[in-house]
Ligand binder design. Sequence first.
Ligand SMILES: [Zn+2]
Length: 341
Amino acid sequence: MKKGFKILVSFFMAVAMLVGISNLAFAEPITAYSQMINANNLNILNTQARITLTQNAPSATFAVAAGVAGRVPITVVAPATGSVTITSPGGTSDANDPALFNASGTRIAFQNFETWGFTHTVPAGTTFNGFIGTGGNVARTFIVNSNWSAAQPSNFIWHSDADRVAFWPGAVNVYNRTLGAVAPTFNFNAQITHARNQWSNALGIPIGTATYANAQIQGFGGQRAAVDAFRGTGPSTWAGLAQWSWFNHATISVAGRQRTVHRMATARIFTIDLPGWTGESHRRMSTMITTHELGHALGWDGHPPRVAANDQDVMWWQAHQNYSLRQTEIRHLRQIYDFYR
Ligand SMILES: [Zn+2]
């Protein structure tokens, strides 16, 4: 079998904040995330409102209005991956001191002169049912925080030669456009469809299509000269290329090394219609390259370790003709989407 020796190139841009400013969801300080994630399923229920914390809003206040005396029911459901704290701000000790009671009415946390406020922790995977009590004369505010920092799963694996990985926090849609005259066996739209289906199944998320302006990922495939002209660079030598920008999201330790998790902000991919390839082998290899580059655009940074067992991975650094994702390369990215998205 003829084998491709074309290097698959990928790189990221270090100008994430500049390209992301048009999206308000990305405007927050990038250092604020390391302990504030994965609270999507965290619900705080009370008699006044239902509050849902998210990774972009990991903390919420729980207000008890003035005149509400006695005990206000509170239910906190902590996600399986992180504990939750219920806090009352400090202040002088007086008759309006807030306190937390369990379901049996026993006071378990309270503000006093020594502590100036209280914090009660709801362990990961548990539900707290109880009451917040106040004196009723003044409004009181309680704060509920997610505390995810100690909750990294112990079963993370690592299958990349890079120490970075990323995920898309919201919708993922792909635009595609063919550049220049291409061979009959180079159907970029079909390649993109295959790649979307592969990764959608692999990550357990919908990956749709969108216009150029609305797509999170923009894909271009075609004749090398046309791709080079479109990009304004060249002459290029690669078979596929991915470019993206992202934001720092978390630092994790996997297999004894520090790794960083990022939130994707923008991404573009390119696939070249390679001269000298025809027929089914051309179709398969072009499809593999596009599926590979879409993997980068979805957050798969780097390539599998260069050992023979991995040389049929779609994320392998050289082009070949297997375009079906394999289990370990799937798990490498799926675990990030499952945990952080
Ligand atoms: Zn690559």
